[in-house]
Design a protein around this ligand. Structure first.
Ligand SMILES: NC(=O)c1ccc[n+]([C@@H]2O[C@H](COP(=O)([O-])OP(=O)(O)OC[C@H]3O[C@@H](n4cnc5c(N)ncnc54)[C@H](OP(=O)(O)O)[C@@H]3O)[C@@H](O)[C@H]2O)c1
Length: 265
C-alpha cells in the first residue's frame, strides 16, 4: 500500500516558520500564552492590547526570549484601531497570515441591576471586536491570496447560561456562531480557516482565587471536570498553535473544547 502522508509535511505541520501573526489580549493570561506559543513556533508576532506599558514590557520579555515580535496598542472594538493594527502589521512584517484573538472582558451583573451601557460594553469587547478583527484581517488575508488562519478565544460559557452573564454568554455564543458564519464567508473562496477555542477556567489574575483547593468554587468545578484540575495557560498553547498551523488545514467553523471535559458531563 502506498504511503498517503508525506514525511516532510508531518515533520513541519506544527511549525509557524515564515508566518506573521497578530495576537490580541496579548498581555492577558491566554493571549500572552498564544503570543509565546506562536513566537516559539517560528511566527513573527505583533502583540496587541489597549494598555501600552504592560504590552511593551511583555513584548520586550518575548524578544529577550528569542521571539521576533513587536507591539501595537489598540482597542479591538474600535474600527479605526483595528484598521491601524492591520496596517501596522503589514507595514512592519510585509503580510498577515494568522489572527490569534485572545482579548476579552466580563463584568457579571444581574440583568435587573445592569445598565444597558454596561451590557453593551461587554458585547462590544467580546463580540463586536471579533467582527472587526475578522473583517479587516480577513480583508488583508484575502487580498494576499495565500489563505490564513483565525483562532478566536471564545468560552465554555458560549453554550450555557449563567446568573449575571446575559452579556458574556450572549457575546460568546455570538462569537461561536460568527466563527461558523465566517468559515462560510472566508474558507471556500479565500482559504481562510476560522475556528474558536472554548475554555473553562484557566489561571489568570482574575481567576487566581478559584484555584484555592479548599474553596467551594474549586471543589464544585472539580465535580464536573474529568481532567481533575483547572487549566494553566500552557494547556492552551497546543490547541492555539494547532489551529494556526497546517496541521489543521481541514478544520474550519469549529468551536473547540478546551474545557478539561466540562462539556462532556
Ligand atoms: N481565563 C479563563 O478562565 C477564561 C475562561 C473562559 C474564557 N476566557 C476568555 O479568554 C480570553 C482571555 O482571557 P484571560 O483570562 O487571558 O483574560 P485576562 O488575563 O484578564 O486578559 C485579558 C486581555 O484582554 C484585554 N482586555 C481587557 N479588557 C478588555 C476590553 N474591554 N476590550 C478589549 N480588550 C480587553 C487585556 O488588555 P488591555 O486591558 O490592556 O486591553 C488583556 O490583554 C477572553 O476572551 C476570556 O473571555 C478566559
Amino acid at each position: 500500500m502506498a504511503i498517503s502522508v508525506e514525511k516532510d509535511f508531518v515533520a513541519k505541520m506544527f511549525s509557524l516558520e515564515g508566518k506573521v501573526a497578530i495576537v490580541t489580549g496579548a498581555t492577558g493570561a491566554l493571549g500572552g500564552a498564544i503570543a509565546a506559543g506562536y513566537g516559539f513556533s517560528g511566527a513573527k508576532v505583533v502583540l496587541s492590547a489597549r494598555g501600552k506599558d504592560k504590552l511593551e514590557a511583555y513584548t520586550a520579555e518575548l524578544k529577550a526570549a528569542g521571539v521576533e515580535c513587536t507591539c501595537f496598542a489598540a482597542d479591538p472594538a474600535n474600527e479605526e484601531d483595528v484598521k491601524a493594527l492591520v496596517k501596522f502589521t503589514v507595514d512592519t512584517y510585509g503580510e498577515l497570515n494568522i489572527l490569534g484573538a485572545g482579548h476579552g472582558f466580563n463584568a457579571p451583573k444581574n440583568i435587573l441591576e445592569q445598565t444597558t451601557e454596561e451590557w453593551e460594553k461587554i458585547m462590544d469587547a467580546d463580540c463586536k471586536s471579533v467582527y472587526l478583527l475578522a473583517k479587516y484581517c480577513g480583508e488583508q488575508m484575502a487580498a494576499q491570496g495565500k489563505g490564513g488562519k483565525m483562532v478566536i478565544t471564545s468560552s465554555a460559557r458560549s453554550k450555557m447560561g449563567m446568573a449575571g452573564y446575559t452579556g458574556y454568554c450572549t457575546a460568546k455564543g455570538g462569537v461561536d456562531l460568527m466563527v461558523q458564519s465566517l468559515a462560510c464567508d472566508l474558507s471556500t473562496q479565500h482559504h481562510i480557516n476560522v475556528n474558536s477555542i472554548n475554555p473553562t477556567v484557566f489561571r489568570s489574575d482574575l481567576t487566581e482565587w478559584m484555584f484555592d483547593p479548599e474553596s467551594a468554587v474549586y471543589q464544585n468545578f472539580l465535580k464536573r471536570l474529568p481532567i481533575g484540575r483547572l487549566g494553566e495557560p500552557s494547556d492552551f498553547v497546543g490547541l492555539a498553535v494547532f489551529l494556526a498551523s497546517s496541521a489543521s488545514d481541514f478544520l474550519t467553523g469549529g468551536n473547540y473544547d478546551a474545557t478539561g471535559g466540562y462539556w462532556a458531563c
